[in-house]
Ligand binder design. Structure first.
Ligand code: ZN
Length: 517
């Protein structure tokens, strides 16, 4: 800590001087993200003053801390302190408790509802290190990031918690001095217990996965069997189905969506319980957060694509029930496999996708959400066009793969260990994820020259094997420690890799640049 104190003096920050702080921040573009000296780094963009106290993020190259320096340091921030010349220097760990204190002092570091933002990008960050790369990819673009986004499955596999995920994003937002507002998404939640734990962590976005409350089987039933099940539904619902949907034709932007009487009853049988549950969850979110929440309704984890008539039924029922849907994720035609481009007929995709977009616009204008949205480069132009940018694109594992790329480039021995472990663990990992990779065609790591390693990330089989291996690789204590050490030591390269990759998504979607002021 003495070294940090000496560095502050050396750069003219012995006092919390706003003019000096502004000058040091402005130099970030030319002189780089940090001020270096005494074996310590101080992040320029993190410099902030509140009530005469200077705050910033610093690091010794391995561990980062939040520092507060001034006559009074905040009581609710826990850490070690050093007193000298009438001021204190507090060195605080980047803990969940200190993140809560940071949110109070600097509200821009806490996640917010992005209900009113037109275009949002989900940037899953499984390591809790990628936020600066995500922010750079979206800088100057008309899109807002959901920086914290994890499913319960991801939390389990990475040994993290919702509060830790939010804290990691919060400190990196502070490090970058980003004040534009960001979202936090409790992803693919299926019950109120998990929803509450995401809300308790301050996450304003809930992706409600309706898979378990929908019935998929009636999709294949005969009309007679559907009618039998329909007869046992509440009379009120049966009346609504018959008056609003049976045999009706809906004109939407020049396309007609027809719902036959039999199909309307099938929808009621398939989705009745799911709509009830979504309404209950919406009421719960409103009770806990007023209107400051984003409810995403997800019906994508099914075996068959969502038919436009079914999407229209669900959206209409949610609208009738007054559910505040911020975004909805149908399942689209074709394959949206993890970490690779779209597989399927582009024209068929586009033909149905535009109807899904028209439905969303006609039923309250919620955002169409694209799940497993990373790396679908061939369909992005169509997605951008038909949504008119009213969309949520959810990416997750692709940023993990950029971290793996950094290992391939900068630590070949670590990458070889990761690739070997990923191939070994494939049988188990592929039980949780939908991928078509064949691990037998992945080259043996020792057969590759160092310069050939990165190509594994472009070859679909190796790419998917590495993509879904994150849980196993991060559960291996040695690999986990070595990867974190590498990414912390080479964070510039890591941020640049993430920014370049997510930036490609942003450009192909056609997200416009913010007009210069
Ligand atoms: Zn999904």
């Amino acid at each position: 800590m003495e070294k940090v104190a000496r560095l502050l003096t050396a750069v003219g920050l012995q006092e919390a001087d706003p003019v000096r702080v502004a000058a040091l921040k402005a130099e970030a573009a030319d002189k780089g993200p940090w001020i270096e000296g005494e074996g310590r780094r101080l992040y320029r963009r993190s410099l902030q003053i509140r009530e005469g106290t200077l705050y910033f993020i610093g690091t010794d190259g391995s561990a980062k801390h939040l520092y507060a320096c001034g006559p009074v340091v905040p009581r609710n921030m826990a850490g070690r302190s050093l007193k000298a010349g009438g001021r204190s220097l507090l060195e605080a760990d980047l803990s969940t408790e200190n993140a809560a204190a940071l949110h109070e002092l600097f509200p821009f570091t806490a996640p917010v509802s992005l209900r009113d933002r037109t275009t949002t990008i989900g940037c899953g960050d499984r390591l809790g290190l990628a936020t600066p790369g995500h922010l750079r990819a979206l800088a100057g673009r008309r899109a807002s990031p959901v920086l914290a986004q994890q499913s319960v499955r991801e939390l389990t596999l990475t040994h993290r918690t919702f509060p830790a995920v939010v804290a990691d994003a919060s400190f990196l937002v502070f490090q970058e001095g980003y004040e534009g507002g960001y979202g936090a998404d409790g992803d693919h939640l299926k019950n109120l217990r998990d929803i509450d734990s995401a809300l308790d962590a301050g996450m304003p976005m809930i992706t409600l996965d309706l898979t378990e409350v929908m019935s998929a089987e009636p999709a294949g039933w005969t009309a007679a069997r559907v009618d039998e099940a329909f007869a046992s539904l509440p009379a009120e619902l049966r009346g609504i189905v018959s008056s609003r949907y049976e045999g009706k034709r809906f004109e939407l932007e020049g396309t007609a969506v027809e719902i036959s009487a039999a199909e309307a009853r099938r929808c009621a049988v398939m989705y009745g319980r799911a709509v009830d549950f979504a309404a209950r969850v919406d009421a719960h979110l409103r009770a806990r957060r007023g209107s400051a929440y984003d409810l995403e309704v997800s019906i994508d984890e099914t075996t068959a694509p969502t038919l436009p008539a079914h999407h229209l039924y669900i959206a209409s029922e949610l609208e009738r029930r007054g559910v505040a849907v911020t975004s909805m994720a149908p399942r689209f035609v074709g394959e949206f496999q993890k970490g690779i481009d779209y597989i399927g007929d582009l024209a068929a995709f586009e033909g149905q996708f535009r109807v899904h977009c028209a439905i969303a616009r006609s039923r309250g204008g919620y955002k169409v959400s694209i799940h497993s949205g990373s790396d679908k480069f061939s369909v992005y132009p169509a997605i951008g066009r038909h949504t008119a940018m009213r969309l949520h694109l959810k990416t997750a594992g692709t940023s993990w793969l950029e971290a793996v790329r950094v290992a391939a480039r900068l630590d070949p021995a670590l990458f070889r260990r990761m690739l070997a472990a990923a191939v070994d663990g494939f049988a188990e990992a592929s039980r949780l994820y939908h991928v078509a990779a064949d691990p037998r065609v992945v080259p043996a790591p020792e057969s590759l020259q160092d310069r050939e390693l990165e190509a594994c990330l472009e070859e679909p089989n190796a790419r998917q094997v590495l993509h879904i291996a994150y849980g196993q690789l991060l559960s291996d204590a040695a690999i986990r420690a070595d990867l974190y050490r590498l990414l912390q030591a080479r964070e510039k390269e890591h941020y640049a890799a993430v920014a370049a990759h997510i930036g490609r998504h942003v450009r192909l979607l056609g997200i416009a640049e913010v007009a210069p002021a």
